[in-house]
Design a protein around this ligand. Structure first.
Ligand code: NDP
Length: 295
């Protein structure tokens, strides 16, 4: 194996330590802590786990942390009324609505109701517009893409200006915002998707290759340019009969073992991009609080 393994857990821990210090300074300066409200509708078990870990981390960062759990049959108006209340609450600086919502609720209508200043997930149209128009300093950047950039920074502390970057995946949650951030960092960016022709060849041209597809080990070792930095966003659970009957394991969108022989630096799954997402949510909450207080 030749690639440097980018340790997402360590980078995330360091980011959390910075947030804790910033949170302490914020509280001392203002007499109240940054506040994060997490809204969960329904009882999806995976969402419950995510929401609980976000609340726990927020407390660890010294934030005022509240969770609103609404029943699965909550109406759109009721959800919008809660968001209006949180928008107006001076103790709350970040609002996160856990997705996906139950089918009868409209995600875009819900996100559009957030005060963009409190949109710590970076999914409001105003946030997306600011990011797309290069106003990165003025907006709250979606957490997973922000985490990808911090990991790239660890591999390239001198920056990535002029590098060629390929992002495989064009979702609003990951692919598109990652591409915008790479472009902002002066990389030359190509976005690939399910209709892209000769994906393998395109990937081979990338100094920075970001995979956000949702298909286990889809990117092969010989698609990776020698020395490239590979950021694997994918989280896929696959059968692992070698661990025993019915056992499973997590893999990314990249064939890690094959790619690690060729790449210069690569993120593992788990322990790469995954831990960064929650750390960046905390960083966004602190940033939102600082910006709101600054007016
Ligand atoms: P989406 O399903 O929303 O998007 C997947 C993208 O991959 C689409 O743009 C799709 O193209 C593209 N794609 C699908 N098949 C192919 C193919 N054969 N060739 C090329 N492109 C293809 O997924 P997300 O962006 O939400 O998530 C991607 C992965 O990242 C998932 O594994 C998810 O679990 C993981 N994830 C991890 C997070 C973390 O914290 N680490 C956070 C969020 C997501 P098209 O647009 O043409 O359909």
């Amino acid at each position: 194996m030749t690639a440097t393994i980018i340790d997402g857990k360590a980078v995330a821990r360091a980011a959390i330590e910075r947030v804790k210090a910033g949170s302490t300074a914020f509280t001392q300066a203002n007499g109240f802590p940054p506040g994060l409200a997490v809204v969960l509708v329904g009882e999806d078990p995976a969402s419950q786990v995510y929401v609980a870990s976000k609340g726990k981390m927020a407390k660890e960062c010294g934030f005022h942390s509240v969770q609103h759990t609404l029943p699965a049959d909550t109406g759109q108006d009721e959800l919008l009324a809660l968001i209006a209340k949180l928008n107006a609450d001076p103790a709350i600086h970040g609002i996160l609505v856990q997705l996906p919502l139950p089918k009868h609720l409209d995600e875009r209508t819900t996100i559009a109701a957030l005060d963009p200043a409190k949109d710590v997930d970076g999914l409001h149209d105003v946030s997306i517009g600011r990011l797309a128009s290069g106003q990165v300093e003025k907006t709250l950047v979606p957490c997973t893409p922000k985490g990808c950039m911090e990991l790239i920074d660890t591999a390239h502390p001198e920056g990535i200006s002029g590098f060629s970057a390929v992002v495989v995946g064009r979702s609003n949650l990951v692919g598109r915002p990652v591409a915008a951030l790479l472009q902002h960092a002066n990389a030359t960016v190509t976005i690939a998707h399910s209709r892209t022709r000769d994906l393998a060849q395109l990937c081979r041209s990338a100094d920075i290759l970001v995979a956000a597809i949702g298909r286990p080990e889809f990117i092969k070792g010989d698609w990776v340019k020698p020395g490239a930095t590979v950021i694997d966003v994918g989280i896929n659970r696959i059968d692992a009969p070698e661990k025993g009957e019915g056992k499973t394991r997590l893999v990314g969108d990249v064939d890690f073992n094959a790619a690690a022989v060729v790449a210069g630096a690569i993120t593992p799954v788990p322990g790469g991009v995954g831990p960064m997402t929650i750390a960046m949510l905390m960083a966004n909450t602190l940033r939102a609080a600082e910006q709101i207080v600054a007016g």
